[in-house]
Design a protein around this ligand. Structure first.
Ligand code: PMP
Length: 425
C-alpha cells in the first residue's frame, strides 16, 4: 500500500479531465495500485484474483519478473528508433514471432494497438485485391479507429457519424443464440445441448449459416471483395463459438470472390485457447493476414500484423507506410520476453489444462441454475451466458492454477445463489 490520491479525489479528477465515456463501463471503477501475476491490489490493499486480465490482455501475469527485467534493461539502453533505423531487438523479435506462424505468413508489421493492426489489415486487403468491400460478423469488435469501427458490429459502438465505408456485416454463426442453434461441437468438452429437442447438431447448423453468408456475398457486396475479418472465437460479444467447419467454407467463398481472409487474434492468440497457439488453427484454416495485440505485450502497448510476402508487396507497391512507435525496442524486448515465458512456463499447456478443468466445472452450473443458459469456450477463454442477463467472460492470465480456478468457480456459484435468493423475494 502506498500513499497517493484518495479515491474521492481520483473520481473528481476523472469527471473533470478524463473521458466521460469510460465511467459508462463501471460507475465507480476499482482504483488499482499494483499487480503481481494473477493478482491485483487496490488503493486499500485489498487483493483480487484477476479473472479478466485487463480485458484478455495480461497473458503471462501482471509484472512478470522476466518481462519486467527485459523492459527495464532496454529502458536503460535505447527507447526509440522511429522504425526507420535498425535495432537488433526488432529483428530478433520478428524472427521469433514469424517462427510461430505457418508458411507463408512470414512478414511482420509492428504497430501499437489492435485497432491500428486491423486498420492496416484493411488497407492491405484493399491494396492486394484492388477491391473495397470487407465483411465482418455481427457482434464483432475489431476496434474503434475509423476503419476498425466499420468492422465493429456492436451497437453501443456504432456512432451515427461517417465511418467504415465499404464494410458489410454478416450474420454471426452463433451456435447458442443463432436462429438455427445447434449444439456445440462434438469435440468441445462442454457439448452444450440446447434445451430444445429439435436442435440440429452443429454441422447441420453450419450449412444454414453458410447459406446466410452466401446471401451476404450475393446481395450486400460487390462481385469482387477485398476481404473477410473473423475472430476465431468472438471476444467482446461473449466468447461466441461458431460451428465446426464454418470458417473453412467461408474462407473458400471469400477467396472465390478475390478477397483475403483475416484472422483477428487480438484475444485468441498466444496460446490462450490451449490446444493451439493461434485460434485460426483450431478451425483448421490458413488466413492470409493475422492481426494480434493485447496478449502480445502482456499489457504493454504493442500489436502486429503478419501476412504473406505477396500481400506485403502489394502494399509496398502503392506507397510508403510508416509508423513512428510501432516495434520500438522496448516493445520488442517485452514481446520477446513474453514469447519466452509462454514457452518456458508451458503456459499454453496450462491454458489447456486449467481452462478445460474450469470449463467442465462451470458447465455444471448450467444444470444447477436456470439462468445459466450456456457455458462455452476453449482454454482460458470461457463464456457464461445468463439467459436473462449479460454474458460473463472469464479470461485470466495463463499462469493461474487449479485451486484458483476452484476458488473462482465457488465465488461465481455463491453469487448465483445470492442472485436467485434475491429474485425469489
Ligand atoms: N480486436 C479485438 C478482437 C479486440 O478485442 C480489440 C479490443 N477489445 C481490438 C481488436 C482493438 O484493440 P485495441 O483496443 O488495442 O485498439
Amino acid at each position: 500500500r502506498y500513499q497517493s490520491l484518495a479515491y474521492s479525489r481520483v473520481l473528481e479528477i476523472h469527471k473533470q479531465h478524463l473521458s466521460p465515456v469510460l465511467t459508462a463501463y463501471f460507475p465507480e471503477p476499482l482504483l488499482l495500485h499494483q499487480g503481481h501475476m494473477e493478482w491485483l491490489f487496490d488503493h486499500e490493499g485489498n487483493r483480487y484474483l484477476d479473472f479478466f486480465s485487463g480485458i484478455v490482455t495480461v497473458s503471462v501475469g501482471h509484472c512478470h519478473p522476466k518481462v519486467n527485467a527485459a523492459a527495464q534493461r532496454q529502458l536503460g539502453r535505447l527507447w526509440h528508433t522511429s522504425s526507420v533505423f535498425f535495432h537488433p531487438l526488432i529483428h530478433e523479435y520478428a524472427e521469433k514471432l514469424s517462427a510461430l506462424l505457418p508458411e507463408p505468413l512470414k512478414v511482420i508489421f509492428l504497430v501499437n494497438s489492435g485497432s491500428e493492426a486491423n486498420d492496416l489489415a484493411v488497407l492491405m486487403a484493399r491494396a492486394h485485391s484492388n477491391s473495397t468491400d470487407i465483411i465482418s460478423f455481427r457482434g464483432a469488435y475489431h476496434g474503434c479507429s475509423p476503419y476498425a469501427l466499420g468492422l465493429t458490429n456492436v451497437g453501443i459502438y456504432k456512432m451515427d457519424l461517417p465511418h467504415g465505408m465499404g464494410c458489410q456485416p454478416t450474420m454471426c454463426p452463433d451456435v447458442f443464440r443463432g436462429p438455427w442453434g445447434g449444439s456445440h461441437c462434438r469435440d468441445s468438452p462442454v457439448q452444450t445441448i440446447r434445451k430444445c429437442s429439435c436442435a440440429p447438431d452443429c454441422c447441420q447448423a453450419k450449412d444454414q449459416y453458410i447459406e446466410q453468408f452466401k446471401d451476404t456475398l450475393s446481395t450486400s457486396v460487390a462481385k469482387s471483395i477485398a476481404g473477410f475479418f473473423a475472430e476465431p472465437i468472438q471476444g467482446v460479444n461473449g466468447f461466441v463459438q461458431y460451428p465446426k467447419g464454418f470458417l473453412k467454407d467461408a474462407f473458400e467463398l471469400v477467396r472465390e470472390r478475390g478477397g483475403v481472409c483475416i484472422a483477428d487474434e487480438v484475444q485468441t492468440g498466444f496460446g490462450r485457447l490451449g490446444s493451439h497457439f493461434w485460434g485460426f488453427q483450431t478451425h483448421d484454416v490458413l488466413p492470409d493476414i493475422v492481426t494480434m495485440a493485447k496478449g502480445i505485450g502482456n499489457g504493454f502497448p504493442m500489436a502486429a500484423v503478419v501476412t504473406t510476402p505477396e500481400i506485403a508487396k502489394s502494399l509496398a507497391k502503392r506507397l510508403l507506410h510508416f509508423n513512428t512507435f510501432g516495434g520500438n525496442p522496448v516493445a520488442c524486448a517485452i514481446g520477446s520476453a513474453v514469447l519466452e515465458v509462454i514457452k518456458e512456463e508451458n503456459l499454453q499447456e496450462n491454458s489447456q489444462e486449467v481452462g478445460t478443468y474450469m470449463l467442465l466445472k462451470l458447465a455444471k452450473l448450467r444444470d444447477e441454475f436456470e439462468i445459466v443458459g450456456d457455458v462455452r469456450g476453449k482454454g482460458l477463454m470461457i463464456g457464461i451466458e445468463m439467459v436473462k442477463d449479460k454474458t460473463f467472460r472469464i479470461a485470466p492470465s495463463m499462469c493461474i492454477t487449479k485451486p484458483e480456478a476452484d476458488f473462482a468457480v465457488e465465488v461465481f456459484r455463491s453469487a448465483l445463489i445470492q442472485h436467485m435468493k434475491r429474485r425469489a423475494k
